[in-house]
Structure formats: structure tokens, C-alpha cells
Write a protein that binds this ligand. Structure first.
Ligand SMILES: *Cc1c(COP(=O)(O)O)cnc(C)c1O
Length: 397
């Protein structure tokens, strides 16, 4: 018999769509996928080379649970250089991907009945990680009109004596929008007044466009730094999703608890990947510039093309690699004798009819939207948008 915990949890819906699209592809169907949540670039060679060297050198044993000092030190350098933040080794832990970092945090700080505020739309794993740790997700809706930044009044109303933390994700998956300084200051002020943690997922820090400045909320002042737990990783910045390296900076007591939890669950992150991560963070960063320029080109093409489609409207994202258009004007239209009534109906229709994979907004807590990843070639983006346009035009009223 399964535990109550296991029964409460569902598989990641973004991975579900992806596997469905992959199955169609495997069956020979020409599916164009806007579903993926990972860069389509290969990990740079100098990083792979560092991993190969680590293997040759026999760096293939257990390491310190929270990561080797050499990696913690380049993480510390990164925070200083990129975010103006000073951390000590005791305030850093390396885990098996940023998702694992977030899970360790959940294990370390949530208790039964604790409330965790999650602005919606949100990244799919946040609510489930809260629920898995006996806490309660409290959703605060955000709106395109505010560039999907949480409204201070709405946040204030969600705060109770049970509020333990707020999960912030800027730049955001799925919206592609980043918080500005003023909005972050508003959040910091509330966190300080009501004494809750800010869990700041900054995995898309390096992917910002149009001169957007990434600001870590922890950098706004000493007091807010002490209430903030920053999560970052190599998956998106260095095209290293498969290597599974993420890291956390935060109060030493929380980092210590996370390390204990990690020591009893996964032990150290992969030793070879840690060496690769040292190379990634300390080596040349021009790969990121090239990748970002390519994402930028695709972003502008995709969003402009989506806005040409009748019934679809999309904000120009300033970060990450997602477009998040509102498609709700299409709801109520007919595909044959089926009525498209939701984002999931639309995503399914587009997959089956247009052979285009994307993710329904309800997976992220907002049914008015759909998410398209542009971590795929410009050529495929062009073909995919044409297909969507055709399929939308074919819908009956
Ligand atoms: C991809 C992603 C992560 C997880 O990254 P890993 O390091 O591969 O675990 C975390 N947060 C958001 C918002 C993401 O999109």
C-alpha cells in the first residue's frame, strides 16, 4: 500500500507532455516540440574536458556531502562577482540539481501546517514539494498587466502568522518575465516585517534580454540577505541539465540542516559533475553570450509571430526561454465536434492535429495561458508557428 504522501503527488506535467511528444516522434511522427525545459545547446567542450580529466585522475569516489571546497569557492566567487553577495563556505551547499536544492530546503524548513506563498503562474515543482513536506501552498495570482510580478496588496493579504516562506522565481519559468528592483524591494519589506523566508530561485539569471538586469533579492540589504535562501545551478546557464548540479546560499543553520538531510538521502552530488561545475563557473563565459544571443533572436521571432495569430496575445518576455501567451480567446471554439474549453484541450488539439507540442497553462496554475519553449531551432520555431496558425484558423465558432 502506498503512503498518503505518495498518493498526494503527481508526476511533473511538463515531463509528461514531453514524453508524449517523444513517443509520437519515436513512432515516426514529425512533431515540433515547444515543450522542452532545457537548452538545446550542447555542454561546452572545456566543461566536458574537465569531467574527462576528473575520471582519468580517479576522482570517482564519495566527496564531502555538501560539495567539494573547490566548487563551493567558485560558487562564492560567482555570488560576489554577479550579485555583490558575500558568503562563507558554511553558507553554501551543492546538490544534485537546483530541484534537489529546493527539495532540501523544503525538508529543512517546512513543518505541518506551515504556509508557503507561491505566486502563480509558478514552476510546476513548487507546490508539490511544499505538499510533500506537509506544508500548505498559498497561491497569489499575478497578471500580465503587471508583467507577472506579484502585487504588494495581494501578497500582504496572503500573509498569516503561519507564513513560513515565499518562493520567488525571477526570471520566471513559465512567464519569461523578471522582477524589477522596486517590486523586489516591496517583497523584501514584507518579508522583514512578517519574518518569513524568501526562497529565490535564480536559475535563469544568465538568460535575460533587452538590457534587463538580474537582481538577486538577497542583494538588497543585510537583513533581507539573512532571510533569503538563494538557489541557482548550472543546468540552464551552461546547458548542463543532465549533469545535475545545483547550489544554495543561505543562513548557515539552514545550510547545515540541508547538508544533514542530503547526507541521509543522496550523499554528495556526482563527483565528476562537481569537477565539471568548477570548470564551468571558473572558465570562459563566452558560451553564455552566444547562447543568449541565439535565444534572443528566437524570442523576438516567436513572440512577434504568435501575436500575429488571431486570438493569441503574448507579452515580450525579458528572461528565460519561454513565451507565455494568453490563448483564452480561443476557448469555446470547436475542433470538429469537440469544444476547446481549456488550455489542456488546446494543447492536446495542437499536439494531435498540428503535431506541435507545448504545455497547457493549467500545469502552471493559470488556465488562460500556454507555454512555448524556444529552446529549439529557429527553423523549427518557424514551422511550428505556421502549424499553430493553421490549426487555430481551422477552429470552428
Ligand atoms: C529547470 C528549473 C529548475 C531545476 O533545474 P535543475 O538544476 O536541472 O534541477 C529549477 N527551477 C526552475 C524554475 C527551472 O525552470
Amino acid at each position: 500500500m502506498l503512503s498518503e504522501r505518495a498518493k498526494k503527488i503527481k508526476p511533473s506535467p511538463t515531463l509528461a507532455i514531453d514524453s508524449r511528444a517523444k513517443a509520437m516522434k519515436a513512432a515516426g511522427v514529425d512533431v515540433i516540440s515547444f515543450g522542452v525545459g532545457e537548452p538545446d545547446f550542447d555542454t561546452p567542450d572545456y566543461i566536458k574536458e574537465a569531467a574527462a580529466r576528473a575520471m582519468r585522475d580517479g576522482f570517482t569516489k564519495y566527496t564531502a556531502v555538501g560539495g567539494i571546497d573547490a566548487l563551493k569557492d567558485v560558487v562564492i566567487d560567482k555570488f560576489r562577482a554577479d550579485n555583490g553577495l558575500d558568503y562563507r563556505r558554511e553558507e553554501i551547499i551543492v546538490s544534485s540539481g537546483a530541484k534537489h536544492s529546493l527539495y532540501n530546503i523544503a525538508q529543512a524548513i517546512y513543518g505541518p501546517g506551515d504556509e508557503v506563498i507561491i505566486p502563480s503562474p509558478y514552476w510546476v515543482s513548487y507546490p508539490d514539494q511544499v505538499i510533500l513536506n506537509d506544508a500548505v501552498p498559498v497561491f497569489v495570482k499575478t497578471f500580465a498587466a503587471d508583467s507577472f510580478m506579484v502585487r504588494p496588496e495581494a501578497l500582504r493579504q496572503a500573509i498569516t502568522p503561519k507564513t513560513k516562506a515565499l518562493i520567488l522565481n525571477s526570471p520566471s519559468n513559465p512567464t519569461g518575465l523578471a522582477y524589477d528592483r522596486k517590486a523586489l524591494e516591496g517583497i523584501a519589506e514584507l518579508a522583514l516585517r512578517h519574518k518569513f523566508y524568501i526562497i529565490s530561485d535564480e536559475i535563469y539569471e544568465k538568460l535575460v534580454y533587452d538590457g534587463t538586469e538580474h537582481i538577486s533579492i538577497a542583494s538588497l540589504g543585510k537583513e533581507v540577505r539573512d532571510l533569503t535562501i538563494v538557489v541557482n545551478g548550472l543546468s540552464k546557464s551552461h546547458a548542463m541539465t543532465g549533469w545535475r548540479i545545483g547550489y544554495t546560499a543561505g543562513p548557515a543553520a539552514i545550510i547545515k540542516a540541508m547538508t544533514n538531510i542530503q547526507s541521509q538521502s543522496t550523499s554528495n552530488p556526482n563527483s565528476i559533475a562537481q569537477k565539471a561545475a568548477v570548470a564551468a563557473l571558473s572558465g570562459p563565459q563566452d558560451f553564455i553570450v552566444t547562447m543568449r544571443a541565439e535565444f534572443d533572436r528566437r524570442r523576438r521571432y516567436l513572440v512577434d509571430a504568435l501575436n500575429e495569430i488571431e486570438g493569441i496575445s503574448c507579452l515580450m518576455p525579458t528572461g528565460a526561454f519561454y513565451a507565455f501567451p494568453n490563448a483564452s480567446k480561443l476557448y469555446g471554439r470547436k475542433a470538429g465536434d469537440r469544444i476547446i474549453a481549456s488550455s489542456e484541450d488546446l494543447a492536446l488539439y495542437l499536439l494531435e492535429d498540428a503535431k506541435v507540442a507545448l504545455v497547457h497553462g493549467s500545469a502552471f496554475g493559470d488556465d488562460e495561458y500556454i507555454r512555448l519553449s524556444y529552446a529549439t531551432s529557429l527553423e523549427d520555431i518557424k514551422r511550428g508557428v505556421e502549424r499553430i496558425k493553421g490549426a487555430v484558423a481551422a477552429l470552428g465558432r
